[in-house]
Ligand binder design. Structure first.
Ligand code: NDP
Ligand code: GDR
Length: 364
């Protein structure tokens, strides 16, 4: 029988990839989007041409709206991607962020308590780890020889140097403790805990994907990757129009391709029992390394010589508190879901620069 999936946040990056994936698998897909004064976002128009797709208006912060949408659609699977997803904005709008990212999830979970046949995917995040890492090493932090062993703990500056040195592997996985560093991550962690509670207390089928950063040509322009690729694409098409202003260039992220990650979301809801899974590439790169990779996509630019000509640190983009290092270990998802990331870092950067270049060239 044809399944029905409901996707909140369908007009976002992941919503677009997931809707296309589920349609290709024969689902009927209902996308929830917020009403906008300027109508349907253009990116949804191609999806709307598919008779198996339709869009309804709704806002996860409004319990009545959530209940009405769920009652009228009665989905087999709900993918909750709606969120105030920009970490920096959450410092400026902490209350709204909590409403969308935590209370919005509670509204859905309350409905699921009475509808246990519906499976639920919650978009949890690597930001929940904050400054917490796990690490494996045969060297002791204080240089005494030890067995190869696992440790978990907060990342103080001395430890940071140790964790990024030879012979040490620092990462986050499903066992790493959480210590969120932003209003965004605090709200997401509350939602993550609520999913676990409703699963254990009421038998709700709720799985959380702890997803590390994933990017694409559809990434919002305010996120650092797209900001960088748009800058160098514009430079390649039009020449120099000013420096790229960025915040912390030393932050390290585990960047993968969004198309791979939505496959993981779907796989999580096909398991007999609900569970939580990390999705990540297992590689970490600094923002500076992302800039360098984008520069290498442009003829005539050499990061070793041209970095300072193009990039300027602007304190306006530095956050009150940062997540310094993310590197996910997705062994559980690989083992239990058969999930694998397929797009390596340099290829991801190139794909985004090329897509932005085509867009600028078309507009010129
Ligand atoms: P986007 O910001 O691209 O998309 C979020 C979507 O949620 C937007 O379409 C937005 O609508 C919608 N939305 C926001 N608030 C509400 C609301 N109150 N009611 C209904 N819809 C709302 O995010 P991504 O696609 O990148 O991410 C999807 C989810 O995964 C998010 O929850 C994010 O926090 C989480 N996540 C993302 C990661 C990533 O690297 N991309 C990693 C880990 C987690 P509008 O278009 O109107 O603004
Ligand atoms: P992040 O993504 O906060 O990891 O959250 P973002 O691209 O915003 O920042 C990544 C890192 O880059 C640093 N940075 C800058 N960031 C932005 N946006 N703009 C800048 O100019 C800039 N300069 C440096 C940041 O400080 C940070 O360290 C994303 C979102 O998709 C979340 O919803 C998701 O949960 C996490 O990824 C996993």
């Amino acid at each position: 029988m044809q399944k029905t999936a409901l996707i909140t946040g369908v007009a976002g990056q992941d919503g677009m990839f997931l809707a296309n994936l589920l349609l290709s698998k024969g689902y009927r897909v209902v996308g929830v989007r917020r009403r906008a004064s300027n109508g349907v976002p253009p990116r949804l128009l191609s999806l709307l041409e598919n008779p198996a797709f339709r869009c309804v208006e709704g806002d996860v912060t409004d319990a009545v709206s959530v209940q009405h949408v769920l009652d009228s659609v009665r989905p087999d699977e709900v993918y909750n991607l709606a969120a105030q997803s920009h970490v920096a904005t959450s410092f400026e709008q902490p209350i709204y962020t909590a409403q969308a990212n935590y209370l919005g999830v509670l509204h859905i979970l309350e409905w699921l308590k009475a509808h246990k046949d519906t499976r639920f995917y919650q978009a949890s995040t690597s930001e929940m780890f904050g400054s917490m890492w796990s690490w494996e090493t045969s060297r002791d932090y204080h240089d005494a020889a030890t067995e190869w062993d696992r440790h978990d703990g907060p990342a103080d500056p001395a430890l940071f140097a140790f964790l990024t040195s030879e012979g040490v592997t620092a990462f986050q996985d499903e066992e790493t403790p959480f210590a969120p560093n932003s209003p965004y991550a605090i709200a997401k962690l509350a939602a993550h805990n609520a999913c676990r509670l409703y699963r254990e207390a009421y038998g709700v089928y709720a799985s959380c994907g702890i997803l590390f950063n994933h990017e694409s040509e559809l990434r919002g322009p305010e996120f650092v990757t797209r900001k960088i690729t748009k800058h160098f694409a514009a430079y390649a098409a039009r020449g120099f129009t000013g420096k790229l202003k960025l915040g912390n260039l030393d932050a390290r992220r585990d960047w993968g391709y969004a198309g791979d990650y939505v496959k993981g979301m779907w796989l999580m809801l096909q398991q007999e029992k609900p569970d939580d899974f990390v999705l990540a590439t297992g590689e970490t790169h600094s923002v500076r390394e992302f800039v360098a990779a984008a520069m290498r996509c442009v003829n005539g630019l050499d990061p070793a010589r041209n970095m300072d000509d193009h990039v300027e640190v602007d304190p306006a983009f530095v956050r009150p508190k940062e997540v310094p290092y993310l590197r996910g270990c997705a062994d559980k998802a690989k083992r239990e879901l058969g999930w694998v990331p397929t797009v390596p870092f340099e290829e991801l950067v190139k794909l985004m620069v090329m897509s932005d270049y085509k867009e600028v060239a078309r507009a010129s």
